[in-house]
Design a protein around this ligand. Structure first.
Ligand SMILES: CC(C)(O)[C@@H](O)C(=O)O
Ligand SMILES: [Mg+2]
Length: 618
């Protein structure tokens, strides 16, 4: 029988001091000996995805106590990528993932907690907590804050659905009136919750259902909907069950590394590709696999992307569907079910819910006319009331969307495309690979040949696009924005949104060693590895070079001979100490960010810290 980790601080006369302090936190005699459950909350008033999470503290506390555990809450930081976007703030976003992972480890190990409920939501918080969970390998359940309702308004007398990306695009589109731009801004983000498209937060929270660490409905049930209460209550009860399984019955199968094993990683990636998730999921899954000790790398993602169809089309790939519509169509369980029918996911994997994936998709099958519970659950919909109050409404769609031919979630036979929504490309411009969210690329752009226009920073590229330097047929190259070179691998929603504002989204490509938002669409290729700062060939591109991109064959080519490439390399090396550094870039990089840059690996390794360097230092 595994001993409770918390016994280290609660058992024996010599722990009188620690017990005295636990008592001062409110614990009583009957609490000692029960599992201490860390409620890892990411409440902050800075982020709409997290602004309501303090409203969950009491509920989680009561549920865990009732189930026989001792709840102890602490908070993590949370950066809002949308607010940090387009300025120096974005340098901190990706590094905050590792900071969150470390802070969770610090708190949980510092106090010997036995298990965790991770209340995450936005872009780096779910992955940060996921890294911590896999590192600590103690019982865990994830339950996010839930997605935001899609914005709705009328423009030119036409009803439209909106999200923050529309606000960004219209804000820079000179053909849009001030009044319309303001109306879009005021309507885009109506409630608390993670932004309403298949952006990074929602992609990760959906993916956690598929990898087995979050209960069905986690990724798609709206933050405002009363049905989310059921998720929190179930998670609170279930985590205490998992503690009993592990600490009393020595059942190691309930631990996160047993659940998120190689098969589960492969399943999660397939689901992600099928739903055209944010390209950031690639980074985070690669990083998580390393924490879990799972053999899963870019080659696996590449192989899966070649056989996984694109089943679920959501904003930004279409203005028609947002995450609330994915829920209406049966949520992640429906996507997994469709993929399972075609043998594309392994349904025998275990899940924190306590059953196999096969059992779970059956239990939550809203297409089964006799399954009243699932049919009701997946009809939970938006209320259209501006609010920051969690679980404050109980509207339901009159009918679910079980149309697998023309609906939001399609069967494999009726896929939006037989080729998946994410692809790994490689070639002489990215020998270690790069990533494109092909879900957001129109058919005509799947093969593109264009002329390079090179920028040494995101800031310069934004200026260039807004000042009309970029023309149809160009390939915008933004370099020195990788994990080391940025540092921090900025997410670039502004350059891609401004290309849209200028009407160039379907006429230009964009290539960078930085990364993109889940809200990015168009032929936007990121994570180019190796990055420019690490001697990648992206550092050799010059204005006027021809670049060829082919998603079908997964190739990205800088059309230069090997000799010419070698000559460019020598030219770069001749810069001496300035080699592989941006020309004329003015950027303040704090010591905190320099420390991150020192250890950061490239995007194809998930931009995690270089363990070899860490070992060498210790
Ligand atoms: C601001 C967004 C939309 O959340 C973005 O950061 C993303 O990655 O999806
Ligand atoms: Mg983001």
């Amino acid at each position: 029988m595994a001993k409770l980790r918390s016994a280290t601080t609660t058992e024996g006369r010599k722990r009188a001091g620690a017990r005295a302090l636990w008592r001062a936190t409110g614990m009583t005699d009957s609490d000692f000996g029960k599992p201490i459950i860390a409620v890892v909350n990411s409440f902050t008033q800075f982020v709409p995805g997290h602004v309501h999470l303090n409203q969950l503290s009491e509920l989680m506390g009561e549920t865990i106590t009732q189930a026989g555990g001792v709840p102890k809450e602490f908070n993590t930081i949370a950066i809002d990528d949308g607010i940090a976007m387009g300025h120096g703030g974005m340098l901190y976003s990706l590094p905050s993932r590792d900071l969150i992972a470390d802070s969770v480890e610090y708190m949980v190990n510092g106090h010997c907690a036995d298990a965790m409920i991770c209340i995450s939501n936005c872009d780096k918080i779910t992955p940060g907590m996921m890294l911590a969970a896999l590192r600590l390998n103690i019982p865990v359940i994830f339950v996010s804050g839930g997605p935001m309702e899609a914005g709705k308004t009328k423009l030119a007398n036409i009803d439209i659905k909106l999200d923050l990306v529309d606000a960004m695009v219209k804000g820079a589109d000179e053909s849009v009136s001030d009044a319309d731009s303001e109306q879009v801004e005021r309507s885009a983000c109506p409630t608390c919750g993670s932004c309403s498209g298949m952006f990074t937060a929602n992609s990760m929270n959906c993916l956690l259902e598929a990898i087995g660490l979050a209960l069905p409905g986690n990724g798609t049930t709206l933050a405002t909907h009363k049905d989310r209460k059921q998720l929190y209550v179930e998670a609170g009860a279930r985590i205490v069950d998992l503690c009993r399984e592990y600490y009393q019955k020595d059942n190691q199968d309930v631990l996160p590394r047993a659940i998120a094993n190689k098969t589960a990683f492969m399943n999660a990636m397939v689901v992600d590709i099928a739903m055209g998730g944010s390209s950031n999921t690639v980074l985070h899954l690669l990083a998580a696999a390393q924490e879990a000790g799972v053999d899963f790398d870019m080659s696996h993602i590449d192989a899966l992307s070649r056989k996984t169809p694109f089943l679920c089309k959501v904003a930004p790939a279409t203005p028609e569907y947002h995450i609330e519509d994915v829920h209406r169509a049966g949520g992640m369980m429906a996507v997994v079910r469709e993929l399972g029918k075609a043998g594309l996911v392994d349904m025998s994997v275990n899940h924190v819910a306590g059953s196999t994936m096969a059992e779970l998709v059956k239990k939550w099958d809203a297409t089964d006319p006799t399954n009243e519970v699932a049919r009701k659950f997946y009809r939970a919909g938006p209320a259209g009331i501006r609010t920051t109050k969690a679980m404050s409404q109980e509207c339901r769609w009159d009918e679910g969307d079980n149309d697998r031919v023309n609906g939001c979630i399609r069967s494999v036979e009726h896929a939006f495309r037989q080729d998946g929504g994410l692809a790994v490309l490689s070639g002489n411009l990215a020998v270690d690979g790069c990533v494109v969210k092909s879900a957001g690329v129109v058919d005509e752009m799947l093969h593109f040949e264009g002329t390079a226009i090179v920028y040494e920073s995101q800031d310069d590229s934004v200026e260039g696009i807004l000042n009309n330097e970029v023309k149809a047929g160009d390939v915008v190259v933004i370099r020195y924005e990788g994990p080391r070179g940025g540092p921090g691998m900025q997410e670039m929603l502004y350059p891609t949104s401004y290309l849209k504002s200028k009407g160039l989204a379907e006429k230009c490509a964009l290539i960078t060693d930085g990364r993109f938002s889940g809200g990015t669409s168009g032929l936007s290729i990121g994570h180019v590895s190796p990055e420019a700062a690490s001697g990648g060939a992206i550092a050799y591109v010059e204005n006027g070079d021809k670049i060829i991109i082919d998603i079908a064959t997964r190739e990205i080519t800088l059309a230069l001979s090997d000799e010419e490439l070698e000559a460019r390399k020598q030219k770069q090396l001749a810069r001496g100490k300035m080699a592989y550094k941006p020309v004329d870039r003015e950027r303040y990089v704090s010591s905190a960010l320099k420390a991150y840059a020192l250890l950061a690996t490239s995007a194809d390794k998930g931009a995690v810290r270089d363990l070899a360097k860490l070992e060498a230092l210790s």
